[in-house]
Design a protein around this ligand. Sequence first.
Ligand SMILES: Cc1cc2nc3c(=O)[nH]c(=O)nc-3n(C[C@H](O)[C@H](O)[C@H](O)COP(=O)(O)OP(=O)(O)OC[C@H]3O[C@@H](n4cnc5c(N)ncnc54)[C@H](O)[C@@H]3O)c2cc1C
Length: 335
Amino acid sequence: MARVVVIGAGVVGLSTAVNIQRQSPACHVTIVAEDIIDGTTSVGAGAIFRPTADYLPGVDKERAMKWIRDGWDHFSSIALSAHAGPAGVAVTPSFMLSRTEIKDPLYKDVVFTFHELSKDEMRRLGFNQHFNFGYLVTTIVITTKIYLAWLLKGFQENGGKIEKKLVSDINEFQGRCDVLVNCSALGSRELFGDKNIYPNRGQLLRVKAPWINYSIYTDNDAYIIPNQDLVAVGGCREDKNSDKSINEMDSKGIIERCCKICPSLKGAEVSSTWVGLRPIRSPLRIEKEVIRDKATKLTVVHNYGHCSDGIALSWGTALEAASIVKGCLQSQSKL
Ligand SMILES: Cc1cc2nc3c(=O)[nH]c(=O)nc-3n(C[C@H](O)[C@H](O)[C@H](O)COP(=O)(O)OP(=O)(O)OC[C@H]3O[C@@H](n4cnc5c(N)ncnc54)[C@H](O)[C@@H]3O)c2cc1C
């Protein structure tokens, strides 16, 4: 039986593993990861579906649109089904606010609805004090903690195995698998010597505010995203900062900025604070690489560097990576 090992159990590793099982059913898939959901960047993200070109530098538009459309088909079909609750995927009205005009964002014709707010609507909602442009978008919000557990359950029910460990040398997979799939995000720097990937630090708080059932996303380091249980309130972006400790000044700034655009948040009890590191790479890398070492060779399929939109892009990129894996297995006559 063909054997595939996937390094990484964040949203990209889990989605890729599930899609390999679907596209190559005669294949045994094992996920090896230091962090299984808990401890990953994916588990703490907001997470709203609003992929933009800003976070897909160096990616051809047609390819990016395929990832976005495939991801939308996946998330929207869950959101409109009986799986929505157990998978943590919800249709959510969202206000996108900006100081400059948002011209044709990549998600515009993909999401359920996209309407520009009039000056009068901006004023009535109180957004005109801080922003010049606003859009009411019906999109999807993903409660990642629930979604990742749902993906993992499906993977294991389909015969997938999980191994929790830190990989320090990829040569340990020589002879152990036919294809090694790299979904280690920032781990690719050490494991594969990729100096093009670096962290972007983000911090967010989760507050108890069940009365907030819509998102607000701005271009000024402030966003409010209701999850199934708590509301995620962020944020900040710091390039090349890998400090995962909580910064109280960041928390204060986030609360101040978010309360200005959403005064009903004032006084909401903070349940937790979280720091995550976005894996930034230009461009996001999905490709096959054959690593040769003297008499041995290891076939690797990479899928990493999803920057700030990794939840939204996870399914579309996983479909592409899984099809490359299938091609590798077929060329080795393993399928
Ligand atoms: C504050 C914040 C808010 C965000 N909001 C959004 C949002 O609203 N919408 C959106 O689409 N995206 C959002 N993102 C971005 C998104 O979270 C990331 O792009 C995505 O989680 C990346 O997923 P990943 O699986 O590639 O990486 P990770 O989740 O970091 O997973 C990497 C995996 O690789 C494993 N690994 C790494 N190195 C090794 C090793 N040597 N050995 C074994 N295992 C290893 C890790 O243990 C882990 O399992 C946000 C990110 C942050 C920080």
